[in-house]
Design a protein. Sequence first.
Length: 191
Amino acid sequence: MTIEGKFWTISNVLSLSRIALMVPIVVLLISAIPFHREYAVCFMLLALMTDALDGYFARRFNQVSELGKIIDPLADKLAVGVVIILLTAFRDIPLWYTSAVILRDVLIFSGGVYVKKRTGHVLASNIFGKATVVLIAITIIFALLRNPVFHDIFEIAEWASVVMMLLSFASYTQRFFSIIGSNSKLEQASQ
């Protein structure tokens, strides 16, 4: 069961709060207060919790909506994009990595917009996409901590997230062509 046209659901509010959490994270990252990066990590962990909870509440209270399928991944992409660009500017994350994250997100978003216009379907996030966001977030957290002790963990998270980016992109690409192909067959059958 889904809720159509309902905006203020628990899951949508959690997704929107993830976008709002970017404000204190950005402020902390550009500030010079003691432990500003550690505080930013706390807000990042809170954002990760909202990401885990929004899907749970949407399913638990039957509040799955087409709008929620858009807001949730958009909140993920905005949150990751803002923080990763800042960390790249601070030279905590390599430019190639940031470019890969942003390119993947732009391609998936563009494909989703195309599918929506062509078929009316919204491509919801899947398990590969969610796992990718979690691994990117872990990479960001270890980059934020900027501690040599965590360097190996950062490297492992970075490369694991690259593998997941490729897997999730392949998964979304397969879904894209499957939905577009099915829609084309329906259009041909109706003519």
